[in-house]
Design a protein around this ligand. Structure first.
Ligand SMILES: [Zn+2]
Length: 115
């Protein structure tokens, strides 16, 4: 609904990042930084994990697009396949936030840590 196909808006608004899913350039605050850790793509929520990062909208659609075009290994400079299960889980829980709600208030469900 918010005009992702209405192409020609080129704003000069400082540093931008490219979503590796839909290739839209936008502010880093609109995107989730992800990094590769042990063969998995993990969300870098605090943007302080070392290594090369990639940027993605909080959107499962963008995740699917990125997977389909194998954007993760390319963007993260990793050889071979990357597991996106953690990232998908994160997007399923927090993606497309309906606005204003701080995360961590949905006390009924607890995330299970795979160990
Ligand atoms: Zn996107």
């Amino acid at each position: 609904m918010n005009g992702s196909t209405s192409g020609s808006v080129t704003q000069h608004i400082g540093p931008v990042r490219t979503c590796i899913g839909c290739r839209t350039r936008t502010l880093p605050s609109e995107l989730l930084r992800v990094v590769a850790v042990d063969g998995s793509v993990v969300p870098d929520l605090h943007r302080r994990l070392p290594g090369r990062g990639a940027w993605l909208h909080f959107d499962l659609e963008c995740l699917r697009n990125a997977e389909r075009r194998r954007a993760f290994p390319r963007a993260l400079r990793v050889q071979g396949a990357l597991d996106v299960a953690l990232l998908r889980e994160h997007l399923e829980q927090h993606g497309k936030s309906t606005g204003g709600q701080p995360p961590g208030r949905q006390g009924t469900r607890k995330q299970v840590d795979p160990s």
